[in-house]
Design a protein around this ligand. Structure first.
Ligand code: G1P
Ligand code: ZN
Length: 544
């Protein structure tokens, strides 16, 4: 076995976005593309000799060959040890668990999350640091800078590693250890939640659940935890086998893409609890019988009920939500007397707050919730948190949510996405809004008066780093808001996200459909941002 040094030329587009480098699979599969990025990453990390890296992915098309390449390049870079999930599989939260448990230097996760996979789909690669969370912007910027100057990469020759057998082998002096991708993660869940209590909920016979693995990474995790350890019943998991193309589906747990689960949950024989996770296992969708829990509400409800769960029974240090996420958790934090931090979109901004012990729970409106047990959002963790609450309260999901609204008021909330619009026009739309920021305050639109408007910027309270231009906020009196920003995870054109929210304290008015309750604000968003003019679209592509 020898090390080959390959001459290459830089690619101009290897700048990581909200969640790593995400591109069409065909882009990654072209000669040198993956290798250039991996070498840029390895060059950016200081001396790797003797250090441990964790490697795994969500099993999508190109996962296996990419892992073989990464192992050979890690060996050429003298990495001490690489822990890799059997079959090349690791969910994003499980990778975070392994990095922390084995005190690895960092981890490389191969995934394009909820984006479709396959030869015509998307692929991605992200780097997580020693704390188990997404690399800070300083690192991703350094990787990008290195990629712009890269002239060569180094890779060992020799046969591929057998990824399907647990055990240890070496490439050069680098130890490669193939681990069970599920066991350590499942053990941690067993320590955080009352598994005996949840088992009795299932054992009593009148409670059933359905989990949709979407043919993505969480099937094996759900099977081990729900079916084997919690005895939820052998028919609990649907679409539980990970497939390279996710069975042709879109592994995004929402009401559109998880339709089989949604049909079951709205059928006359619906079980009491339904859930789904995304391609790499960090997102969650929660459903009750004939009831959908708006993801923005999950953080608020978990926070309000945290003391019922063993891992959180001593209370929360604080909570954090991304700026566009509904302000519902702020009201819970106020009652609990703890801080609620508002960060830019993307999980990486929660890392410092979690590391500094300022927050215990975090959440985003995009079906993401998590805690200080890892440094990623965690789909199955959220499902187990809900199950633990249900096991203690013995109420339906719907009655828990309605009771929450009665106590704290209801934040009506919706996100409208305009996907694959012209990137230049989308930039122009945002620029036009920036130009209006100074004149919007004080203006009235029907019953709403603009209290303030800005382009959100964030100063990290731990390291004082500043992140600018994270979305336009138009905040009305009485808790109503319109937020507009461009997605940082798309791979084609631009995606405009419009987040609309209002607050309803009156119990008698908490029963409306969100789109109806928000109709005036939706019209105001259109009027102020001229969405139709700039996007050429009559309506959003996806409404959540
Ligand atoms: C989207 C979500 C964001 C999430 C990210 C990664 O990013 O909005 O909350 O952290 O995916 O899962 P966006 O495309 O909006 O930049
Ligand atoms: Zn994901």
């Amino acid at each position: 076995m020898t090390v080959n040094t390959i001459t290459t030329t830089p690619f101009p587009d290897q700048k990581p976005g909200t969640s790593g480098l995400r591109k069409k699979t065909a882009v990654f599969a072209q000669p040198h593309y993956l290798e250039n990025f991996v070498q840029s990453l390895l060059d950016t990390l200081p001396d790797l000799a003797g250090k441990t890296l964790v490697v795994g992915g969500d099993g999508r098309y190109f996962n296996r060959p990419a892992i073989q390449t990464i192992l050979k390049m890690a060996a050429a870079a003298n990495v001490g040890r690489v822990l890799v999930g059997r079959g090349g599989l690791l969910s994003t939260p499980a990778a975070s668990v392994l990095i922390r448990k084995y005190q690895a230097y960092g981890g490389i996760v191969l995934s394009a999350s909820h984006n479709p996979g396959g030869a015509d789909g998307d692929f991605g690669i992200k780097y997580n640091g020693t704390n188990g969370g997404p690399a800070a912007e300083a690192i991703t910027n350094a990787i990008y800078a290195r990629s712009r100057a890269l002239q060569q990469y180094r890779v060992t020759t020799g046969p591929d590693i057998d990824l399907d057998t647990l055990g240890r082998c070496t490439i050069q002096t680098t130890i490669i250890e193939v681990l069970d991708p599920v066991a350590d993660y499942a053990d941690l869940m067993e320590r955080l939640f009352d598994f005996a209590g949840i088992r009795s909920l299932f054992a009593e016979g009148n409670f059933r659940m359905c989990f949709d693995g979407m043919h993505a990474i969480t099937g094996p995790y759900a099977h081990e935890i729900l079916v084997n350890r919690l005895k939820s019943g052998s028919d609990t998991v649907i679409r539980g086998v990970p497939l390279e193309d996710f069975g042709g589906g879109h592994p995004d747990p929402n009401l559109v893409y998880a339709h089989e689960l949604v049909e079951r949950m709205y059928s006359p024989q619906a079980p009491g609890f339904g859930a789904a996770s995304d391609g790499d296992g960090d997102r969650n969708m929660i459903l009750g019988r004939h009831f959908f829990v708006t993801p923005s509400y999950s953080l608020a409800i978990l926070a309000a009920n945290a003391r019922l769960v063993p891992g959180y029974k001593h209370g929360l240090r604080g909570i954090a939500r991304s700026m566009p996420t509904s302000c519902a958790p702020d009201r819970v934090a106020a009652v609990l007397g703890i801080d609620c931090y508002e960060t830019p979109t993307g999980w990486k901004y929660f890392g410092n707050l979690l590391d500094a012990g300022k927050v215990t729970l975090c959440g985003e409106e995009s079906f993401g919730t998590g805690s200080d047990h890892v440094r990623e959002k965690d789909g199955l963790w959220a499902v187990l948190f809900w199950l633990n609450i249900l096991a203690v309260r013995r109420q339906s999901v719907e009655s828990i949510v309605r009771e929450h609204w009665r106590t704290y008021g209801r934040n009506y909330y919706s996100r409208h996405d305009y996907e694959e619009v012209d990137a230049g026009a989308a930039e122009q739309l945002v620029q036009e809004l920036r130009n209006q920021l100074s004149v919007l305050p004080g203006k009235s639109f029907g019953r709403y008066r603009v209290n303030f408007a800005d382009d959100f910027s964030y100063t990290d309270p731990v390291d004082q780093s500043v992140t600018l231009q994270q979305g336009i906020r138009i905040v009305m009196d009485e808790g109503a808001r319109i937020v507009l920003r461009l997605s940082g995870t798309g791979t084609l054109g631009a995606t405009l996200r419009v987040y609309i929210e209002s607050f309803e304290p009156d119990v008698g008015r908490q029963d409306q459909d969100a789109q109806v309750a928000l109709a005036d604000l939706i019209r105001i968003a259109e009027q102020v941002a001229q969405i139709r003019k700039f996007t050429g679209r009559e309506r959003p592509t996806v409404i959540t």
